[in-house]
Design a protein around this ligand. Structure first.
Ligand SMILES: NC(=[NH2+])NCCC[C@H](N)C(=O)O
Length: 385
C-alpha cells in the first residue's frame, strides 16, 4: 500500500514493528547519559519509591570514554518473545506487520569523524523516523549508538518510495561532545549533572547541532505538536518547520518532556487525548486543552518486574500509557496494566491486551516499538480549527 499516515488513531493497515534481536547491552557515554538524564539521575520520586536506583555516577563517561552496561540474557529472550507476541496480535487484527533488518552482530560499532559507539538494534522504531502523510522523514539522532539505526529500515522505506512516498533524511549531526546543549540536564531539579560534566574538545566541534527524534511529535492531521527541551531540538524544529511550510502546522511546546512526547500525551481520536497528569494537560497548547482527556491511573509498583541495581532503568513508570491505537475505538494496551485497560473500556474502547514485560529496560512501550506507515483514510485534516 502507499504510505499514508497523518495521525495516531485512523484504522491501522501497515506498521513497522521493531526488532529486539541481539540487544545485549547499552553503551553509556555522553550522548546516552544526556538523553536518559531524567532516568539516570536520582530525581524521580516514583523511581526512588519503587525501584533500586543507579545512584553512582558512571565513571566511564568522563573523559569521553564509554562503558558497557550488559542486559541479562533472560530479559533479552523475554523481550524477543513479547515482541513476537505483538507481531501476532497485530497480524490477527488484520494489520500488515513489517520488520526492520535485524542487528546481525552485537559487537558491531559505528564510527564517524568524531567518535565511535556500539550499535543497538532497531527496536524503538518510533524514535528516529517521522511519518507525515506521504513522507518518511528520518530524524537526526541524539544517541550515538543509534546513529545509523534507520538503515535497518531501508528496505521498507525504499519499497514505500517505489510506491510514491517522499523520503527525506534530515541533516546529520557531527555529534561531538560540544554539539549537545546540556541545559536540560544541568537545569533540572536533581542538581548539577555531574556525570555529564566533562565534554571533550574535538577538532570537529561546530556548536550546537540539530538533534531531534520523530517521537517528540504528536501527529494530529495537519497539526503537529512538537516537544522542545534543548537548543538541539529547537534547531531541528526550525528545519522541520521550513521543510513542511504550507503542508503542516507546528505547535511547539517547551519542556513538556525530556525528549519524547508519547509517555506524556497521545491522541486516541479527534477530540480525545490520553494525558499523563492534569499538570501536563495545562502545559498543552490552547486548542488541545479543549479536548476531552483521559488520565491513566497512577502506575503501581506491582505493574513492573523487580530489577537489580545493575539493571539500567530507562523509562519512567508512566511508560504504559504509551499505547498503540488500532482504530478510533480499539487500543492495544500492555496486559501488565489492567487498571489502564479498565479505564479505557469504561470509556467505550475495545482493549487488545499484549504482553510487554521489560519496557523499562529497553526504553519503550507499544507506541515506541511501532511506526505506523498506513492508516486508512487519514489526511491532513484541521482538527484544531
Ligand atoms: N518513543 C519512545 N521511545 N518513548 C519513550 C518515552 C519514555 C519516557 N522518556 C518515559 O520515561 O516515560
Amino acid at each position: 500500500m502507499r504510505l499514508n499516515s497523518y495521525d495516531d488513531w485512523s484504522p491501522l493497515r501497515e506498521v513497522v514493528l521493531g526488532s529486539a534481536a541481539n540487544y545485549s547491552a547499552h553503551e553509556r557515554e555522553l550522548s546516552f547519559d544526556l538523553f536518559f538524564y531524567d532516568q539516570l539521575s536520582d530525581k524521580s520520586f516514583y523511581d526512588r519509591m519503587y525501584y533500586p536506583r543507579l545512584s553512582t555516577p558512571n565513571p566511564g563517561t568522563h573523559g569521553g570514554k564509554a562503558t558497557r552496561s550488559p542486559i541479562k540474557q533472560r530479559y533479552v529472550e523475554e523481550l524477543e518473545e513479547d515482541v513476537e507476541g505483538m507481531a501476532e496480535a497485530l497480524t490477527s487484527l488484520g494489520v500488515r506487520v513489517l520488520r526492520p533488518l535485524p542487528l546481525a552482530d552485537d559487537s558491531l560499532r559505528v564510527e564517524t569523524l568524531a567518535w565511535s559507539a556500539a550499535v543497538v538494534p532497531p527496536l524503538n522504531v518510533r524514535d528516529n523516523t517521522l511519518v507525515l502523510g506521504d513522507e518518511i522523514i528520518e530524524t537526526p539522532p541524539q544517541v550515538r549508538s543509534r546513529y545509523f539505526e534507520t538503515q535497518f529500515l531501508t528496505r521498507i522505506f525504499a519499497d514505500y518510495h517505489r510506491e510514491g512516498a517522499r523520503w527525506t533524511v534530515m541533516p546529520r549531526p557531527l555529534m561531538t561532545d560540544n554539539s549537545f546543549d546540556p541545559s536540560y540536564a544541568k537545569g533540572s531539579p536533581g542538581g548539577p549533572a555531574e556525570f555529564i560534566d566533562d565534554p571533550q574538545p574535538s577538532p570537529y566541534d561546530v556548536g550546537y547541532e540539530m538533534m531531534f527524534d520523530g517521537a517528540q511529535c504528536l501527529r494530529l492531521g495537519k497539526d503537529l505538536l512538537v516537544n522542545i527541551s534543548t537548543a538541539n531540538h529547537a534547531a531541528a524544529c526550525d528545519w522541520l518547520e521550513r521543510h513542511l511550510d504550507g503542508r503542516f502546522r507546528i505547535h511547539r511546546v517547551h519542556g513538556l518532556a525530556d525528549n519524547h512526547i508519547d509517555s506524556m500525551v497521545l491522541a486516541l481520536r479527534p477530540g480525545l487525548l490520553l494525558v499523563r497528569t492534569p499538570q501536563i494537560a495545562e502545559a498543552l497548547p490552547e486548542p488541545l486543552r479543549k479536548w476531552d482527556m483521559i488520565f491513566p491511573p497512577e502506575p503501581r509498583g506491582n505493574n513492573f518486574p523487580v530489577y537489580d541495581d545493575d539493571d539500567l532503568i530507562l523509562t519512567s513508570p508512566y511508560i504504559d500509557l504509551n499505547v498503540l491505537s488500532i482504530d478510533p475505538t480499539t487500543v492495544m494496551v500492555n496486559e501488565a496494566c489492567p487498571e489502564l485497560a479498565q479505564v479505557l473500556e469504561r470509556r467505550g474502547f475495545t482493549v487488545v491486551p499484549v504482553r510487554h514485560r521489560h519496557r523499562r529496560l529497553f526504553g519503550g512501550g507499544l507506541h515506541c516499538f511501532t511506526l505506523d506507515t498506513v492508516r486508512e483514510g487519514s489526511a491532513a485534516e484541521d482538527y484544531l480549527g
